[in-house]
Design a protein around this ligand. Structure first.
Ligand SMILES: [Zn+2]
Length: 189
């Protein structure tokens, strides 16, 4: 690799449409841009329309900013010990990823989650189960989940590389186990 120039970017607003973030990025000279794919403080937002997608793709081609990546809702907590909030988080993450996939974004940044006093091991297991559930729901998706490092404030997980490693390994193990089970099930037919 000969070009080592770092890519500089910013998180830009999608007020007025997802394509607006690209125009704002061009104004301040961004190489890359991060966006929310819906209002970050609300569980539900209206779906992206075909016009939204078309405007985004046209503006992307015009301004030449790439990659653009997504940032998930702040409300999502895959480590939550509360079953209702945990399931809601899985639904919201799947919705965020669907939006990213339609916009052809390469990745969605998520905060791994807070165990809320349930303990780190419990929280890590919940995160792995949540991610696995999302993977199972969205087969064939190209967009990736990108785990954000945290400062370890409160009970937030993801403040050591060891924890991030445990999340990645935990999901891989579960995906692999599922694959093994499916293979065995097919072989036994
Ligand atoms: Zn973040």
């Amino acid at each position: 690799m000969t070009d080592t120039k770092p890519l500089l970017g910013a998180h830009e607003s999608i007020a007025g449409g997802v394509h607006q973030a690209l125009l704002l990025g061009r104004e301040v000279g961004c190489d890359v841009v991060q966006i929310f794919v819906k209002t970050p403080s609300r569980w539900a937002s209206k779906s992206l329309t075909a016009d939204d997608i078309a405007a985004f793709q046209a503006t992307k081609a015009e301004v030449g900013i790439w990659p653009v990546f997504g940032h998930s809702l702040y409300l999502i907590n895959l480590a939550s010990p509360d079953d209702e909030l945990w399931r809601k988080s899985i639904d919201a993450l799947a919705d965020d990823l669907e939006r990213c996939e339609r916009l052809e974004l390469p990745g969605l940044v998520i905060h791994p989650g807070s165990h809320k006093g349930a303990g780190e091991a419990v929280g890590l297991a919940r995160i792995c189960q949540g991610l696995e559930s999302v993977h199972r729901r969205l087969p064939g998706y190209r967009v990736q989940v990108w785990l954000e490092t945290t400062a370890g404030q409160g009970d937030h997980l993801g403040y050591t590389f060891g924890q991030l490693r445990a999340m990645i390994d935990g999901v891989r193990r579960q995906v692999h186990m599922r694959w093994d089970e499916e293979t065995r099930a097919q072989e036994s037919h």
